[in-house]
Ligand binder design. Sequence first.
Ligand code: UTP
Length: 464
Amino acid sequence: MISFPGREEVIRRVYDHGQERIFDFWNEISDSEKLRLLDDVESIDFTLLERLFRQAEQGSPPPMGFEPAPYIPLAGEEEGGAEFREARERGRELISEGAVAAFVVAGGQGSRLGFDGPKGLFSAGPVSGKSLFQIHAEQIHKSSEKFGVRIPWLIMTSHSNHDQTVRFLEDNSRFGLDAADVYVFPQGMIPSLDLEGKLILETPSSIFKNPDGHGGSLGALAGSGTLHAMRERGIRIISYFQVDNPLVSIIDPLFIGFHSLRKADISSKGLMKAYPEERIGVFVRFDNGAIGVVEYSDLPEELQKQRDERGRLRYRMGSIAIHLFGVDYLESITGGTDLSLPFHAARKKIGSHTANGIREIDGYKFEKFVFDALPLTERNIVLETKREEEFAPIKNPSGVDSVESAQGLMDARARRWLRERGIDVPPSTAVVEISPLLALEPGDIPASLRVPDRKRVNLEPDKD
Ligand code: UTP
């Protein structure tokens, strides 16, 4: 057994749990590196990891019984008119009162995209080349201006991309947002395990950990003190979204209004699944009455394909990870510090330090999912939204859910908005982009606007 003066207890714990392989390079590392490794180990909950490893080997238990979740459908021409108007009005009031904050989760590793750096730095604007962070910041800027308030922007990072994210935002002066309105905090990390349940070394003196999933965001919000800071600012609703969707409507009066009118603790946006096999989770109502999400991989094929009497998919409301959380509610479930959502295991390739350098091995990463918070309350609603208006995830370098597909959707939405305002796009124009600083909805576009006759057009507000 290795030894280090004053650290006998933690070393004993490592051996008791059969994890002594993390000391394989003990004789090659300096005293300060030894201390770093022991500090790293100090915070590890071995009992939790052993339980998660057993779960990973057995596979996740099937979800409890469920049926399709009820949802508020898109307002038709006649139906829903009055309630939709009331909701929009209520939402506007709440935003103007300064009751709403924007919260982006940006701690993911973006491994599918293969972009070297935080995903928020990825260039998404089809003409401007603006980064995802800039597009979001400009939306928040414009909403603040429209409603005459300072809307706080909360950004969750991970330990591996935190510093780069902070530097990028500072280098760009937070794209016009005030430093006092931008809160950046990292999420928690959890060790990954190899297929024998052993810890993995990332370097000779550090353990491989991964961010604890987007579900870690609610605990991180509370644990970092940001939830408390929001309470102090008078924030009552937190608008949650993912960094990789440049079409998301971050501060949406209709959604916020429904959340308030229906006295919800959590609200979610959903959209019609495009086809049965589409890889998005669906909203369900579990047998205990709570609304939640069942992942596409957990929805049996026959249920994926089931149709109702009108020929529509029975499980048709797909989740796009857009939620509103009540601050009161978050405080009640986190107790001001943390929230214990379950971990899910995923088998992934992990770089493990060996005597011959880094070797890719198979292992388990553990993550929490934000939608596991949904069934914790019965005051939980789903509002349908239009895919083409709000959903353009950038997950892959090409093909489905890629930057090309997202830019195509941004161009199509810009053209639709201009058409709605009766503004022509010259036939020679191949791509149009509308800056969030110009418009967050068609009505914001000045009727007098003319689209210049160019191949690629980025419409920004006049600088005067
Ligand atoms: P994804 O599930 O798409 O994961 O995240 P990812 O890490 O970005 O990409 P892949 O799977 O490695 O290719 C959805 C959203 O949740 C955030 C991401 O930043 C993205 O906004 N997220 C994910 C976190 O903030 N933390 C996490 O631990 C995981």
